[in-house]
Design a protein around this ligand. Structure first.
Ligand code: OFO
Length: 169
């Protein structure tokens, strides 16, 4: 059985993961409007990943006899000046989510909730990948220094990204 404090914290994290999904879907819409379908695809997959993060918490709360409560999702930004700004926001956002996950780990430790501590280790590892993926694209964009040909090449590469549900692992 989940204690009420942990249950509330996990529900808050579900909301944060939904916000992330919404944020990346908004970026997908932005990239579609900029005629960059590969970047839009990358963001769409990112959206799907965030939904899978939501569902992992959703299933876990239920498995532990807790109650999932879905709260309103705050509005997200809709416009960016260029792809660099979008990926700067992505990288910054993932660093923020890492802090949220680390904070949850601390709370689960204080509350001596070993099962929650254990499932959070999956998210700890996932955040390492999330930050690295965003930073890698950000660095590539910076190297291009606005070169349109390079941008289209990168767009083609990002079109290849496909969704695999990593949460089952
Ligand atoms: Fe759920 O990892 Fe990104 O936000």
């Amino acid at each position: 059985m989940l204690n009420k404090k942990i249950e509330k914290e996990l529900n808050d994290q579900i909301n944060a993961e939904y916000w992330s999904a919404y944020f990346y879907l908004s970026m997908a819409a932005y990239f579609e409007s900029e005629n960059l379908p590969g970047f839009a695809n990358w963001m769409r997959i990112q959206y799907q990943e965030e939904i899978s993060h939501v569902m992992k918490f959703f299933d876990y709360i239920n498995e532990r006899g807790g109650r999932v409560i879905l709260k309103p999702i705050d509005a997200v930004k809709a416009e960016w000046n260029d792809p660099i700004e979008a990926f700067e926001d992505t990288y910054k956002h993932e660093q923020k989510v890492t802090e949220l996950i680390n904070n949850l780990v601390n709370i689960s430790f204080e509350e001596k909730d070993h099962a929650t501590y254990n499932i959070l280790q999956w998210y700890v590892a996932e955040q390492v990948e999330e930050e690295a993926a965003a930073d890698s694209i950000l660095q590539q964009l910076k190297m291009l220094e606005g070169n349109k040909h390079g941008l289209l090449m990168l767009d083609r590469e990002l079109k290849q990204r496909t969704f695999t549900d990593e949460t089952a692992k």
